[in-house]
Design a binder for this molecule. Structure first.
Ligand code: PEP
Ligand code: MN
Length: 490
């Protein structure tokens, strides 16, 4: 099957694509490096380093996402808003793996479907900002733009190109530890999991969650008893990585022309027009004919890359970059996404309408979702011959508020409310909410209010540790999974 490689798209008559063709386009969130030589040195180094992820892994995720798009699986994506190089340590990584594993088991129980796990980890180092400068202690200083560009301490705000290389090594070390832990049994379901539900004060909720946990444990015991895990499926899990594709100098340097793995075919919805083949000069009418080109461009820095709400203009640099890579991609969709931009974007990044190639990550805010989501669903359904996307709800980014003392937070109730609306609206529209996208941490922080711990605005100071947006703590994240699972069942 033609997977829309850069070459075949060029044959289609669209403008030619290269990993650097984004440079000719206007760009949002640009970076003013004041030392071009240092940037060249850093990117030259990155170009020599080996891929962090491989085409084989990337296509495994693409196949799983094709299942999600068709309602056969569910996608759980979560991690920090801004990952710091400091989070590259065993405790922080272990707690995130365990949390994603536990949440995924709850969601499997809820939806009765496999769950695809995608961490915002091992590369989530670049942050878009509303302003390049901020005021600290009465002084204007550059904003923190993520560890890949500058440091959070106010004396480290100058852009340092060497951080591009540091990002690679922190990303590789994080993923190396994830892979090592997974192959050493951190996610071995033969071992009992510590669910730690003591904080749930409400006896009825406590009973409900305990019943779910017991039911999961019972199912696992049953599978072991009847020997249903002979292929070793209970010993480990798949965990893929993702980040916002914001810093295109970095993404370009890690984009490689590589051989496609065998068996990468995923279903394509439709071939809009017959394509001509440059090699034969003839017309390819059978969409399943394999293209002559055995290679494609892969972003080898992670498995899945998404474009943020601030950088998804159809004629700008970030979309230009994304349209040429083989990886599955995400597009944030918010209150300012017009219907025409949405369908244009899908046609640009997925001209062959490959199922599950694109994940639409909706993030409206609880009060806007009901009005906007149905319109966007309808637009996608009726655009051309229809795209089959993964619909994912990000209930975090439209629900940020400031407390009276100026702390950025989100309430658990608002987060769940947007998620519940998305589940309901997709059901009503006959589409499938395929996933959730969450900012969370395995640590016991106090950044979002609400949940069973009953955190109030006054409690946020206790352990407010995020360097960007507020994250759900371990207990709130698990509780959200219980609630989603409950509404999937009921
Ligand atoms: C994010 O996911 O951290 C983010 C910045 O989101 P958005 O682009 O949706 O605002
Ligand atoms: Mn964020």
């Amino acid at each position: 099957m033609d997977t829309g490689s850069a070459e075949s798209r060029d044959i289609n008559g669209t403008q030619s694509w290269t990993p650097s063709s984004w440079r000719a386009k206007p760009i949002k969130q640009p970076v003013d490096y004041d030392n071009a030589q240092a940037v060249d040195r850093a990117t030259a180094k990155l170009r020599r380093l080996p891929p962090i992820c491989t085409p084989h892994e990337i296509w495994r995720l693409r196949r799983s996402l094709a299942d999600v798009a068709q309602g056969k699986a569910f996608l759980l994506q979560g991690g920090d808003c801004a990952e710091l190089f400091d989070y590259c340590n065993d405790n922080a990584i272990d707690s995130k793996i365990k949390l994603l594993l536990q949440m995924s088991l709850v969601l499997i129980w809820g939806g009765n479907k496999p769950v695809v796990r995608l961490a915002r980890m091992a590369g989530q180092y670049a942050k878009p900002r509303s302003s390049p400068m901020e005021t600290v202690d009465g002084k204007q200083i550059p904003s923190f733009r993520g560890d890949i560009l500058n440091g959070y301490p106010t004396d480290q705000r100058a852009i340092d190109p060497d951080r591009l290389v540091q990002a690679y090594f922190h990303s590789a070390a994080t993923l190396n530890y994830v892979r090592a832990q997974l192959s050493s049994g951190i996610a071995d379901l033969h071992n009992p999991l510590d669910w730690n539900l003591g904080h749930v004060g409400d006896p009825e909720l406590q009973r409900k969650y305990t019943t779910i946990v017991e039911s999961i444990a019972e199912s696992l015991r049953f599978m072991q008893t009847i020997g249903a895990d002979t292929a070793g499926q209970l010993e480990t899990i798949d965990l893929f990585t993702s980040h916002e594709g914001l810093l295109l100098e970095y993404e370009e340097a890690l984009t490689r022309k590589l051989r496609h793995p065998p068996n990468r075919n995923v279903p394509a919805k439709h071939k809009p027009t017959p394509r001509t083949s440059a090699l034969t000069g003839g017309v390819l009418t059978n969409p399943t004919i394999k293209e002559a080109e055995p290679t494609g461009y892969y972003n080898t820095s992670c498995h899945f890359i998404w474009v943020g709400d601030r950088t998804r203009q159809p004629d700008h640099a970030h979309i230009e970059y994304l349209r040429g890579i083989e990886n599955p991609i995400g597009i944030k969709v918010g209150p300012t996404t017009s219907i025409s931009d949405l369908t244009t974007l899908l046609d640009i990044v997925n001209p062959n309408k490959e199922i599950g190639k694109v994940t639409l990550i909706t993030r409206y805010g609880e009060s806007k979702a009901t009005a906007l989501l149905p319109q966007h669903i309808e637009a996608v359904r009726s655009s051309g011959h229809g795209h089959t996307v993964v619909w994912q709800c990000d209930p975090m980014h439209g629900n940020t508020r400031s407390t009276t003392t100026g702390i950025k937070t989100r309430s658990f109730a608002s987060i769940f409310s947007e998620l519940a609306s998305a589940i309901r609206i997709h059901k009503e529209c006959g589409t499938y909410l395929g996933g959730v996208h969450l900012e969370l941490t395995g640590d016991d922080v106090t950044e979002c209010t609400g949940g069973s711990q009953g955190l109030q605005d006054e409690d946020l100071d206790t352990r407010y540790e995020t360097f960007c947006d507020p994250r759900l703590n371990e207990k709130q994240a698990l509780e959200l999974a219980f609630l989603v699972a409950g509404s999937q069942r009921g």
